[in-house]
Design a protein around this ligand. Structure first.
Ligand code: FES
Length: 560
């Protein structure tokens, strides 16, 4: 029997005698001559200083390189960028957040293609870094594993558990006089006590869970904290796992299928995950040539309950879920209840069901994941709404705490800064539906997250009496009655641009509708009078993004 070729791609570089300069450079970079015929594994990360979610990833990449070498292969570390959502939320840096997903995907594709890697390991911390990596893995379709950088530990102050959203909400509380200067400062100092991604079921932990559920990371990767022994062990043993994938020639397109994406959607529905998952999973599906649209999320929400009592709406953090068995224990529970397709393949080379056989069940006394008989909400929290101000759809996050219908008077802002100013000056009052527009993929640009205003609304005690709609998006940390991703966006002439202060807006998560209560003739008159404002940027990367980005219902992809 002929020996299987494991260096399918790198051999085109290392075994071609017409490429001596390439081989010389590889040797010059530290690869022994005798190792040139081994498989080459690209080990990438979004490691960079200045953000807890990514600060430790270079160290993880070094552990993985050693593990790859121990598995008889060549490990080559590379880096790409990341953008911290926690640092950019509420300022113009946020415009780069979602667009950075494309830079990450493009850069991983570029180095993997240009340097002929046979396989890929990639470690990421923040929200869109992970889908960026999965998009690149699908484009290249070579054996690949995602290693999550891990969740942060919880912070503490005055006996209360803190996380990054505590810091966002502290501002509103300070403005309202609910906390003093010292409390405000101490919350800032203690909310992020070291390395790891934002700790609630926000977007990073949502996407890591979705990626483990779709089979692209090893069991436990998404829930083991950044500083845990389990995370260290994962980095130290991942070399064997990627070697097995190369031997089996098991590639991302064998693992990521419609069925595995539906598994991912079900897991994040049970967890109450971030609405950003709608964008990212659609983008992943489109890259893989898999049919998936916003309505699929609605179908999953209609049949899958919200069971996890996790932040932002609930009590617990990802580190707490890890303590009771993590995502594998949740998936085992869901499989037993008929909520998952156990036949999907994963990066272990085994199916979901096979991976879960030896996984322990949740302890009896846990109250983080409710039983099916006592859900937090019988349906999912992600609701897809349509109506005369969102003809191509909008995404609502309704966890049940906020009610399912909201009727209120519109108060409109054409930028996040205007809204923050409005909240600060008491313009937003109970009964308002706050409209933030011209913050979509092209208008923002970059479809910024509106965590600062939603946190200020929460902090000001208006969370139960105000709703918010936007053509931008929300952080996974946002809670309250919020509807984002309104499509078409204002900058493209979407009807959200036509709403005026005082209009009545009806949001109905039971009937999945979002509408402004004015006659169609009036809307038509306003539409005829509408003038497209100039784009906010006219050069550089964001200008390229404006020209290429698809709308939110297409996952904001740029290579359609
Ligand atoms: Fe990185 Fe929140 S800023 S996960």
């Amino acid at each position: 029997m002929s020996k299987k070729v494991l260096n399918k791609y790198s051999r085109l570089l290392t075994q071609d005698e017409s490429l001596p300069a390439a081989q010389s450079m590889i040797i010059g970079s530290g690869v022994p001559y005798d190792d040139l015929d081994k498989p080459f594994i690209g080990i990438g990360s979004t490691g960079f200083d200045g953000n807890p979610c990514n600060m430790h990833l270079a160290m993880f990449a070094a552990l993985q390189k050693k593990s790859v070498q121990e598995a008889g292969m060549v490990g080559l570390i590379f880096n790409t960028i990341g953008v911290s959502d926690g640092i950019t939320n509420g300022n113009d840096g946020m415009r780069y957040s979602l667009p950075s997903r494309e830079i990450i995907a493009d850069s991983i594709e570029s180095i993997t293609g240009a340097h002929f890697y046979d396989g890929l390991l990639f470690t990421a911390g923040c929200d869109k870094n992970m889908p960026g990596a999965i998009i690149a893995m699908l484009r290249m379709n070579r054996p690949a594993i995602m290693v999550y950088g891990g969740t942060i530990n919880g912070g503490h102050y005055k006996g209360e558990k803190l996380n990054i959203v505590s810091a966002f909400e502290a501002y509103g509380k300070k403005l309202q006089g609910k906390i003093n200067e010292e409390d405000y400062r101490e919350i800032i100092k203690n909310a992020c006590p070291g390395p790891g991604a934002c700790g609630g079921m926000y977007t990073a932990n949502t996407m890591s869970s979705a990626i483990e559920a779709m089979g692209m990371s090893l069991p436990f990767s998404s829930s083991s904290p950044a500083r845990s022994e389990a995370k260290k062990r994962e980095c130290q043993t991942v070399g064997e796992a990627i070697r097995l994938l190369i031997e089996q020639d098991l590639k991302p397109k064998d693992i990521i299928t419609r069925a595995s994406l539906l598994n991912a959607m079900k897991v994040i529905t049970v967890l109450g995950g971030s609405t950003n998952a709608v964008l990212h999973l659609i983008a992943i599906a489109k890259t893989g040539g898999i049919e998936l649209c916003m309505d699929d999320f609605q179908k999953i929400s209609d049949t899958t309950p919200l069971l996890a009592d996790m932040k932002p709406s609930g009590k617990y953090l990802m580190e707490d879920l890890f303590k009771i068995g993590g995502i594998p224990a949740l998936m085992k529970f869901m499989l037993r209840e008929g909520l998952l397709d156990g036949s999907c393949l994963t990066v272990t080379g085994k199916t979901v069901a096979e991976n879960l056989v030896a996984v322990p069940d949740f302890p009896e006394d846990q109250d983080l994941i409710r039983p099916l008989s006592n859900p937090i909400k019988p349906e999912g929290h992600i609701q897809i709404l349509y109506g005369n101000i969102a003809k191509e759809g909008a995404v609502a996050k309704i966890t049940g705490h906020e009610g399912e219908r909201f009727v209120g008077e519109a108060i409109c802002f054409d930028s996040e800064a205007d809204l923050n100013h409005g909240i600060h000056h008491g313009l937003v009052k109970p009964g308002h539906v706050v409209v933030i527009r011209y913050v979509g993929p092209k208008g923002g640009p970059g479809m910024p997250e509106m965590l600062k205003p939603t946190s200020a609304i929460m902090g000001a005690g208006l969370g139960d009496s105000v709703a918010l709609i936007t053509d931008g998006r929300f952080s996974g940390g946002t809670h309250g009655f919020v509807v984002g991703h309104v499509t078409p966006e204002a900058m493209e002439g979407g009807e959200i641009a036509l709403i005026q202060d005082g209009d009545t807006i009806v949001l109905d998560a039971k009937n999945n509708s979002i509408s402004v209560q004015i006659p169609e003739e009036i809307l038509a008159i306003r539409k005829a009078a509408w003038k497209k404002p100039p784009y906010r940027v006219s050069s550089g990367y964001l200008w390229k993004y404006i020209k290429n980005v698809e709308n939110a219902s297409q996952g904001c992809i740029t290579d359609l």
